[in-house]
Design a protein around this ligand. Structure first.
Ligand SMILES: NC(=O)c1ccc[n+]([C@@H]2O[C@H](COP(=O)([O-])OP(=O)(O)OC[C@H]3O[C@@H](n4cnc5c(N)ncnc54)[C@H](OP(=O)(O)O)[C@@H]3O)[C@@H](O)[C@H]2O)c1
Length: 170
């Protein structure tokens, strides 16, 4: 299993406020769709609630301490990150899902999964925002930038891919 963060983050590290995003760039939503379609996604319960419904052609593993008696198709609640990893491994072994599992937030889940993460897809959002949820922009020293490209449509918006050195060496 390969774990990848995908996150859109402002210059001051903000990723959201009041359980919502603070910006709307359709190009970035298209990028998110391209990077996640066909894959397993792991997310916190608040992020799942903010999305509002299962996204097509993706498997949603939702981490929550509450018990959830039922869930829609392609959604599974788990009670810990360890259980999320186990469920993802089983889905991959069953042959239906690729090795790359996307961690799609929010703040707590990004923080707790960073040590296990191999790739980070960052969309750099221009500007400073007043938010309540953050992504730590001081990436660990063993991550190096593998790709960087400005958006053609939105000046200042930039897509980056960071990779853990060990992942490249493996
Ligand atoms: N800009 C971006 O790319 C991006 C991406 C995703 C999200 N966001 C934003 O981030 C914000 C949401 O992030 P958040 O940090 O507030 O919430 P979150 O990480 O999405 O969800 C937090 C919830 O996940 C569950 N949880 C977290 N750690 C757990 C653990 N170790 N074991 C079991 N359950 C655990 C708990 O659910 P229960 O309360 O059910 O127990 C907790 O309340 C929103 O504003 C959203 O828009 C931004």
């Amino acid at each position: 299993m390969i774990l990848s963060h995908i996150v859109a983050v402002s210059e001051n590290g903000v990723i959201g406020k009041n359980n919502q995003l603070l910006w709307h760039f359709s190009e970035d939503l298209t990028y998110f769709k391209k990077r996640t379609t066909g894959k397993i996604m792991i997310m916190g319960r608040k992020t799942y609630d903010s999305i509002g419904k299962p996204l097509p052609k993706r498997f949603h593993i939702v981490v929550s301490r509450e018990s959830h008696s039922s869930s829609p198709e392609n959604v599974q609640y788990v009670s810990s990150l360890q259980e999320a990893y186990t469920v993802a491994e089983k889905l991959i072994s069953s042959g239906g899902w690729p090795e790359e599992v996307m961690i799609v937030g929010g703040g707590q889940i990004y923080k707790d999964t960073l040590p296990d993460t191999n790739f980070i897809y960052i969309t750099r959002i221009p500007g400073h925002f007043d938010g309540d949820t953050y992504y730590d922009l001081k990436l660990p020293a063993d991550f190096g930038i593998a790709f960087s490209q400005f958006s053609e449509a939105h000046p200042g918006l930039r897509y980056e891919i960071w990779s853990k050195a060990q992942t490249l060496a493996d």
